[in-house]
Write a protein that binds this ligand. Structure first.
Ligand code: PEP
Ligand code: MN
Length: 345
C-alpha cells in the first residue's frame, strides 16, 4: 500500500508513519517530494491490511492510504481466465448464453407447470421461481415456502430444467439445497456475510445478485466471502441499482457486464425484470445484455402477468417470451455465441 502524506507534512510525521508500518511488519520506502511525500509499504498478507490502513489513516499528517493490489483474490481475474459453472451439464460462462426463466413467485401448481412447460419449450435451461420471497412490506406475500420448493423440484424434473430459487436465511440453506440446483442470494441479502459464508460452505452453485447500492468492488468482495468459504461456483447477476431515476424500478447498469469481464473470472448474467421493473423494457434490455457479453439472463415469465401475486408489471407473458427467444438467439449469434436453440435466418 501507499501512504500519501498531506501537503506540508513534516519529516517527524513521515518517520512516525514509517515506524508504525515497520511495527506492523512492513518493509517501507519513504519518498520525499517537493510538495508531498509518500511512504511505500510492502510485505504483509492481505488479511492484515484493512485494519492497518484504518490505523494509519488516523496518524498525524496522513492524507490517504491507497491499496496497490485488489482486496479480493479468489474471484479476481488474475486467478484464471474464465470460470464455467457446470450445473449438472448446463454450463454457465461457456459459449452458450443460458436463459433462466419463470415466475417471480411460485403461486400454484397450475401456474408453475404451465410456465415451466413454456419456458422449456422456448429453450430455457433453468427454471426460476421464488418459494421464499423477500418482501419490502411484512404484510405482502412471503412465498409458499416448502410446498413451493416441492413444486419447483417437480417442475424441473418434469420439463428437464435446472431450478434456481432464493435462499434468505442461514437456517434455510440446507433445506433449499435439497430442492434447488442453484441457490439465489437476492439483492437485499447481498451483504449478509453470514449467509454468504453459509452458501459458500454448501458447495451448490450460487447466483449472487448485485446489492442495490453495491459498487463493483463491494459486489466482488461479497462473492469473495462465498469463494473463500470454499465454493467458487458463483454466478454474478446484475439486477439494477438504486439511482435518482424513478421511471424504472432500478437503473440497469449494463456497463457492469463488460467491466466485470476484466475484473473477475466469474460468469455474469443479467436480470432485466428487476432491472427495469417494466415488462415492455425486458425484451430490449435482454438483447442489450447479450450484446454486451452477458453469459445468461434471468427473466420473469408468467402465464397471466396482470394477475400475478408479485412483480406482474415486470413479467412478460408466454407469448412475449416465445417471440423473444428466437430474437435473442440472433443477437447471440451476432456476438459469436448461441442460445442453444435453432436460429432462423
Ligand atoms: C427476484 O429475483 O424475484 C428478486 C427478488 O430479485 P432481487 O433480489 O434482485 O430483487
Ligand atoms: Mn421478482
Amino acid at each position: 500500500m501507499i501512504i500519501v502524506m498531506r501537503t506540508g507534512s513534516n519529516r517527524d510525521q513521515v518517520d512516525a508513519v514509517s515506524n508504525r508500518l515497520i511495527e506492523l511488519g512492513y518493509k517501507t520506502n519513504p519518498i520525499f517530494g517537493v510538495e508531498k511525500s509518500i511512504v511505500c509499504a510492502i510485505g504483509v498478507p492481505e488479511y492484515d491490511k484493512m485494519e492497518a490502513a484504518d490505523q494509519l489513516r488516523s496518524l498525524d499528517g496522513v492524507d490517504d492510504v491507497v491499496f496497490i493490489s485488489k482486496p479480493y483474490k479468489f474471484v479476481a481475474k488474475e486467478l484464471r481466465g474464465k470460470t464455467v459453472v457446470d450445473v449438472d451439464g448446463v454450463k454457465i460462462g461457456g459459449d452458450e448464453v443460458v436463459m433462466m426463466a419463470g415466475p417471480c413467485t411460485v403461486e400454484s401448481e397450475a401456474q408453475l407447470m404451465t410456465t415451466a412447460e413454456a419456458v422449456a419449450r422456448g429453450g430455457a435451461k433453468v427454471l426460476r421461481g421464488g418459494a421464499y420471497k423477500p418482501s419490502t412490506s411484512p404484510y405482502s406475500f412471503q412465498g409458499m415456502g416448502l410446498p413451493g420448493l416441492e413444486l419447483l423440484k417437480e417442475a424441473g424434473r418434469r420439463f428437464n430444467l435446472k431450478v434456481i430459487t432464493e435462499v434468505m436465511h442461514v437456517r434455510k440453506v440446507e433445506e433449499v439445497c435439497e430442492y434447488a440446483d442453484i441457490l439465489q442470494v437476492g439483492t437485499r441479502n447481498a451483504q449478509n456475510y453470514d449467509l454468504l459464508r453459509e452458501v459458500g460452505l454448501s458447495k451448490k452453485p450460487v447466483l449472487l445478485k448485485r446489492g442495490m447500492t453495491a459498487r463493483l468492488e463491494e459486489w466482488l468482495l461479497a462473492a469473495e466471502y462465498i469463494a473463500s468459504a470454499g465454493n467458487e461456483r458463483i454466478i454474478l447477476c446484475e439486477r439494477g441499482i438504486r439511482t435518482f431515476e424513478t421511471h424504472t424500478r432500478n437503473t440497469l447498469d449494463l456497463s457492469s457486464v463488460p467491466a466485470l469481464a476484466s475484473l473477475t473470472h466469474l460468469p455474469v448474467i443479467v436480470d432485466p425484470s428487476q432491472g427495469t421493473g417494466r415488462r415492455e423494457l425486458v425484451p430490449p434490455m435482454s438483447k442489450a445484455a447479450i450484446a454486451c457479453g452477458a453469459d445468461g439472463l434471468l427473466v420473469e415469465v408468467h402465464p397471466n402477468p396482470d394477475k400475478a401475486i408479485k412483480d406482474g408489471v415486470q413479467s412478460i407473458d408466454i407469448k412475449a417470451y416465445e417471440k423473444l427467444m428466437p430474437e435473442l438467439g440472433q443477437v447471440a449469434e451476432a456476438v459469436g455465441r448461441s442460445l442453444g436453440i435453432p436460429v432462423r435466418v
